[in-house]
Write a protein that binds this ligand. Structure first.
Ligand code: GRF
Length: 198
């Protein structure tokens, strides 16, 4: 079985979209894959309760318990590796990862970013897109590399920016397309993985 481990920090709506797609589209039969665990760096992440209600194992590795980024990333990698993952999926995981962590999972570490990369890497993307006068915004699924929000792009989805948009309204519109884009991108990745192995 190809284990998928999903990392979250907050609401976990992308994680839930992936977990539901895995169930509804029977990824076990189609891809030999399953969401094995959801891991959060925050004990109070609402997504943890959603994961449990979907019958998925959860774990917390709090960044506050470690004196350095390196130590936190080591503990996080131990928690991830307990599930022997084929794929690690960042879904609203709000920590900058160290280069050793990224290289440990290179090629099997995905992220979703709420902008049309390479535009607007980093935080506060929706406000920045509105202020720049963008007519189109969107989301990008990419492979994670040591360069924040700059890895190879796997998929994108666009939405219009309305004249009277607020960052909150635009975020809602983008999040709705993320919920289709991310599960599809993960399924495509699994499919390519299986054809590579075939
Ligand atoms: C999403 O907009 C994602 O693109 C960004 O953080 C948000 C996470 O939302 N990285 P959720 O936790 O999946 O609901």
């Amino acid at each position: 079985m190809k284990n998928i481990v999903i990392l979250i920090s907050g609401g976990g709506s992308n994680m839930a979209a992936i977990a539901r797609a895995a169930r509804e589209e029977d990824w076990g039969r189609r891809h030999g894959a399953a969401v094995a665990a959801v891991i959060s760096n925050r004990q109070d992440a609402p997504g943890l309760g959603i994961a449990r209600s979907l019958g998925i194992a959860t774990a917390v590795v709090s960044h506050k318990s470690f004196e350095s980024r390196e130590r936190f990333d080591d503990a996080l990698a131990d928690a991830i590796d307990a599930y022997s993952p084929t794929l690690v999926v960042l879904a609203g995981f709000m920590r900058i990862l160290t280069p050793p962590f990224v290289s440990r999972y290179q090629g099997r570490l995905l992220n979703i970013h709420p902008s049309l990369l390479p535009a607007f890497p980093g935080l506060d993307t929706h406000r920045r897109a509105i202020e720049a006068g963008c007519r189109i915004a969107g989301a990008t699924v990419h492979e994670v590399t040591a360069d924040l929000d700059h890895g190879p792009i796997l998929a994108q989805a666009a939405v219009p920016v309305m004249a009277d948009d607020t960052p909150e309204r635009l975020a809602e519109r983008v999040l709705a397309v993320e919920h289709r884009l991310y599960p599809k991108s993960v399924a495509d990745w699994l499919m390519r993985g299986s054809s590579r192995q075939a």
